[in-house]
Ligand binder design. Structure first.
Ligand SMILES: CC(C)(COP(=O)(O)OP(=O)(O)OC[C@H]1O[C@@H](n2cnc3c(N)ncnc32)[C@H](O)[C@@H]1OP(=O)(O)O)[C@@H](O)C(=O)NCCC(=O)NCCS
Length: 124
């Protein structure tokens, strides 16, 4: 059994700038429909949630990087971060990336300036 972790921190203003300056193209490239729906539902706070998901995707890449043949093997949108009915976030990955994975957990936090995410992967 092997455990891998990944962590990422991001400035919320950088994500806000990327979203606003590309008129939706950044969102289209990085986030799934469900992720966009969730973040947009947060109205004025939405950039905190977009940034948290970006940090989450980066943290997932760090945690699975040793199992990828190359960094282009997985795209941002293939790493989906959703929330269960209690609000707890979870990660959805393409089937081909989960064959060796027993469990994956993510924790997210954000404040006015920064969003952070921590991912733990338990391999079979
Ligand atoms: C869930 C909770 C811990 C979030 O903490 P917070 O300091 O308000 O906010 P943070 O920025 O640190 O975290 C927000 C993230 O927490 C995560 N979160 C929400 N509910 C969660 C849950 N049930 N379990 C784990 N993570 C959760 C989400 O990922 C959220 O970000 P997202 O909406 O972008 O996905 C808090 O709102 C809460 O409900 N606490 C329980 C309070 C309580 O019951 N206290 C009494 C006992 S101490």
């Amino acid at each position: 059994m092997k455990i891998k972790t990944g962590i990422d921190i991001i400035e919320i203003d950088r994500v806000k700038e990327s979203i606003e300056s590309t008129e939706g193209k950044f969102c289209e490239r990085v986030y799934t429909e469900k992720e966009i729906e969730y973040c947009e539902s947060k109205k004025a706070q939405k950039y905190q949630h977009y940034a948290a998901r970006f940090a989450g995707k980066e943290a997932v890449v760090k945690a699975i990087s040793s199992t990828l043949k190359n960094k282009y093997e997985i795209s941002w949108k293939e790493i989906e971060i959703l929330n269960d009915e209690t609000g707890k976030p979870y990660v959805k990955l393409p089937e081909e990336n989960t064959k060796e994975i027993e469990d994956i957990d993510i924790s997210i936090s954000h404040c006015k300036q920064y969003a952070v995410a921590n991912v733990v992967i338990l391999y079979k």
